[in-house]
Each structure stands twice: as structure tokens, then as C-alpha cells.
Design a protein around this ligand. Structure first.
Ligand SMILES: [Zn+2]
Length: 218
């Protein structure tokens, strides 16, 4: 049985999360987030979680092979038999190579790279505001509330995440370009990446992502 393995790449703030959720739903593929797996293994105290704890207690980063063990523990479950969507992984070329080594040949890999220029990402993120009471999300420029700084739904004062500043976003983008952008290059050499313009309405981005999946299956 062929398993569709959908890999989403893109800078932080490029809209990967939104598209991952929508694609997982429309393609009926489990949405596998390595961040969630990590938290679940830790909180449930699984064998893999305990190994991760050992790394963390020693002040070390969890090894790639341990993250991949968690990943394959998850995607070995029956709901992933037809495929899955990877979110947040691989983040480095070393992880991409390690992932490739664990594939057994039954995978139909689809890599989508959502591209948004850095300056637009900065603009998107630093204007974000959210409601601490009802979690509604606004943007000072792209989706402003009716009255400035006040939630449309419950009239609570909107807040901004402390790390949504130009400086923090710049640091995250620099790390992305250094570590994760080469992952797209790796997949380009390995047979292909579908590039999607992320600088358009999320519905259009979604349509473009669907085209990538359809073309890969053809
Ligand atoms: Zn609200």
C-alpha cells in the first residue's frame, strides 16, 4: 500500500500551521506534529519519553534519532497506514536524511514549500493581536478590530505575544535560513519540491497546495 507522506516546509509565520490543518482534513491524513509527539511521550512517561527526559536533564538537545523513533512509533499506528502529514519536521538536512533512511520504499513523498518574503513575515507577525478571553485573533493592518485594541466579540483589551517583536522574528527567520531552508534544497535534489506562493489569501494557498498533491499523485 502506498503511503502519502506530506512534508510542509516554510518559514515561521508563512502560514504552515493553517495549511497543515486544512490539508490533513481534506486529504484525511493524520496530522503528525513532532512537537505534540514530544509532549505526549513526556507526559505519558513512555520509554521514549524517559529517554528524552534523560537528554533534557543533562541539559542536552534530544537527538534526531530519538525524535525519529517517536515519529515512527506514531506513524506505525493503523491510522497512518494510508499516509500522514508531517508538521515541524524535518528542520535540518541531517533530520531529512535520517528520515529518508527510515522510509521503507512504500512512501509517496510530497514536499510543499510555502514561500513568503521575510519582510512580509515580519509585518504579519508583529501586527498580530489576540484576545486573552475568547482567543480571537486580529491584525493591526490585515484584520483590524472595529475599535483599536479591543476585541470585536467580547470587548476585552487585545494583547500581543511578548515574542512577536521584529527582533525575535528576525532571530527566528535567521535560524530558519541557516538550518531549515537547506532542507528544501535537499528535497529539490532528491526529486522535487512543489513551491507555493504563500503571499496570497489562505484559500488560494490551500488551492495551490492541493494542486501539488494532485500533481504528485498523477
Ligand atoms: Zn474576545
Amino acid at each position: 500500500m502506498v503511503r502519502t507522506v506530506l512534508i510542509l516546509l516554510g518559514a515561521p509565520g508563512a502560514g504552515k500551521g493553517t495549511q497543515a490543518t486544512r490539508l490533513a482534513e481534506s486529504l484525511r491524513l493524520p496530522h503528525v506534529s513532532t512537537g505534540d509527539l514530544f509532549r505526549t511521550n513526556l507526559s505519558q512517561g513512555t520509554e521514549l519519553g524517559q529517554k528524552a527526559r534523560t537528554f533534557m536533564d543533562a541539559g542536552n538537545l534530544v537527538s534526531d534519532s530519538l525524535v525519529i523513533d517517536m515519529l515512527f512509533d506514531r506513524v506505525g499506528q493503523p491510522d497512518c497506514a494510508g499516509g500522514y502529514l508531517l508538521d515541524g519536521f524535518p528542520r535540518t538536512v541531517a533530520q531529512a536524511e535520517a528520515l529518508q533512511q527510515r522510509f521503507d520504499g512504500g512512501e509517496d513523498r510530497v514536499v510543499i514549500d510555502i514561500q513568503v518574503p521575510d519582510e512580509l513575515i515580519v509585518e504579519r507577525i508583529i501586527g498580530r493581536q489576540s484576545c486573552p478571553k475568547c482567543s480571537a485573533i486580529f491584525h493591526t493592518r490585515f484584520n483590524p478590530p472595529t475599535s483599536e485594541g479591543i476585541c470585536d466579540h467580547c470587548q476585552t483589551a487585545l494583547t500581543q505575544r511578548a515574542d512577536d517583536t521584529a527582533e525575535v522574528v528576525g532571530t527566528r527567520l535567521a535560524a530558519y535560513h541557516e538550518q531549515t531552508a537547506p532542507v528544501a534544497e535537499y528535497y529539490r535534489q532528491q526529486g522535487g519540491v512543489c513551491a507555493v506562493n504563500g503571499n496570497q489569501h489562505p484559500d488560494k494557498v490551500f488551492e495551490a497546495c492541493q494542486v501539488c498533491v494532485t500533481e504528485a499523485a498523477a
